[in-house]
Design a protein around this ligand. Structure first.
Ligand code: AMP
Length: 396
């Protein structure tokens, strides 16, 4: 069995797979949360949901509680059933270019990158150490959101700031959502029946956080997020790209410091900032479509315009040889109006959606472009846990 873990500073999200004939089959998934507050654990098995209240003073207590309840539910017989644990880690910096075994040296790299991902890497590292104690015989594997983008050429990852910022302080574009982009790239090459190394894609990962990836010959060539996940597209609560002088200007206007202003760009901007309704696309699109709310309409316009502009930029990177544009994650997979508005805003390429296919229910993927479109468009459900599980199997 393989356990996939996505941990934060106070929570551990997990999914347990049994490997049958090299194929992962999900057994249970769940969430241990409120670590160091009190403690709550939910385990879902198919339609059944089990809820527990244990006290978690730290991540190790949560890990032990998860294992105890796995045994009670007879999901595992003992700890040795779990041969590998795949961790999602947000930032691997420029040292980690692929999935790695979490040796002491690679754990040190996660620690060194805390400076670059202060909100994400500490939780992952604490969880890695806790699972290492709780399951000492399992192989620990790290999958990094940044590593997929390490193939980007310098011209796409350097910022036009003093070069010393890059050389001495590691300021560069890293990009995120790499596990999802990796999964979608593999899935798309299967669906398109093309070799991975011949696959050219524009992937729009539109969730609460959102970014896009230009995949050239199966590898990341460019992406929209940057040093941090604040850059690029407009998101649920993040601004995406703005003129950086706005910070200085608004610091004076509002008498706020750089930390408070950056917090506003991360948490009170994007769909929430413009619509003044919600950060959730369902709320914003309902208000735009049903109530004709002007602020919600404006939020949708800004949101989809930015994506269309990046599609054009990335199509240029690919010299027009785009095998498919793929929409994925919560909004990309589900929001009919977002896909429609994005494609409608592309004026210099002949890309057409089939509106009934755009609206149609689907299992894991569906082609939604019309017969006369020059570029195929798909909606594909991403599965980051499955990607991490498969990567972990490779180390066992
Ligand atoms: P994620 O971060 O991938 O879970 O995506 C969260 C976003 O997906 C939120 O903005 C949700 O409003 C959006 N979302 C989920 N389901 C739908 C849906 N059926 N229609 C429109 N947006 C959706």
């Amino acid at each position: 069995m393989i356990l996939v873990v996505n941990a934060g500073s106070s929570s551990i999200k997990f999914k347990l797979y049994k490997i049958e004939n090299k194929t992962p089959v999900a057994l249970v998934e769940g969430l241990a949360e409120r670590i160091a507050v009190d403690g709550a654990l939910t385990i879902k098995r198919g339609e059944d949901k089990y809820e527990y209240k244990d006290q978690y003073d730290n991540h190790l207590m949560a890990v032990n509680s998860i294992l105890k309840h796995f045994k009670e539910l007879e999901v595992i017989k003992n700890e040795n059933d779990i041969k590998g644990i795949g961790f999602r880690v947000v930032h691997g910096g420029d040292k980690i270019v692929k999935t790695v075994e979490l040796t002491e040296e690679n754990k040190k790299a996660v620690e060194d990158n805390i400076k670059l991902a202060p909100l994400h890497n500490p939780g992952a590292l604490t969880a890695i150490n806790a699972f290492q104690k709780g399951l000492p015989n399992a192989k620990l594997v790290g999958c990094f959101d940044t590593s997929f983008h390490q193939t980007m050429p310098k011209k796409n990852y350097l910022y036009s700031v003093p070069l010393k910022w890059y050389e001495n302080h590691k300021v560069r574009k890293y990009g995120f959502h790499g596990i999802s982009f990796d999964y979608i790239t593999h899935k798309s090459s299967e669906v398109l029946n093309k070799k991975l190394e011949d696959t050219n894609l524009i992937i729009c990962h539109l969730g609460n956080g959102a970014s896009m990836c230009c995949v050239k010959n199966g590898k990341s060539y460019d992406t929209t997020m940057g040093l941090t996940p604040l850059a690029g597209l407009m998101m649920g609560t993040r601004s995406g790209d703005i003129d950086s002088s706005i910070l200085q200007y608004m610091a004076k206007e509002l008498n706020l410091d750089i930390y408070e202003l950056t917090d506003i760009l991360n948490k009170q901007s994007g769909l929430l900032g413009i619509s003044e309704i919600s950060s959730d696309m369902r709320d914003v699109s309902n208000a735009a479509l049903n109530d004709k709310n002007p602020k919600a309409i404006s939020a949708l316009e800004l949101y989809t315009q930015r994506i269309a502009e990046y599609i054009i930029k990335f199509a240029n990177h690919l010299e027009g040889k785009v095998d498919a544009i793929v929409f994925t994650a919560g909004i990309g997979e589900n929001s009919i109006i977002t896909r429609e508005l994005v494609i409608d805003k592309i004026k210099i390429l002949n890309i057409k959606l089939d509106s009934s296919l755009n609206e149609q229910n689907y299992e894991d993927y569906l082609e939604i472009s019309s017969q006369n479109s020059d570029i195929k468009v798909y909606k594909i459900r991403t599965d980051e846990e499955l990607m991490i599980c498969k990567e972990t199997i490779n180390f066992i």
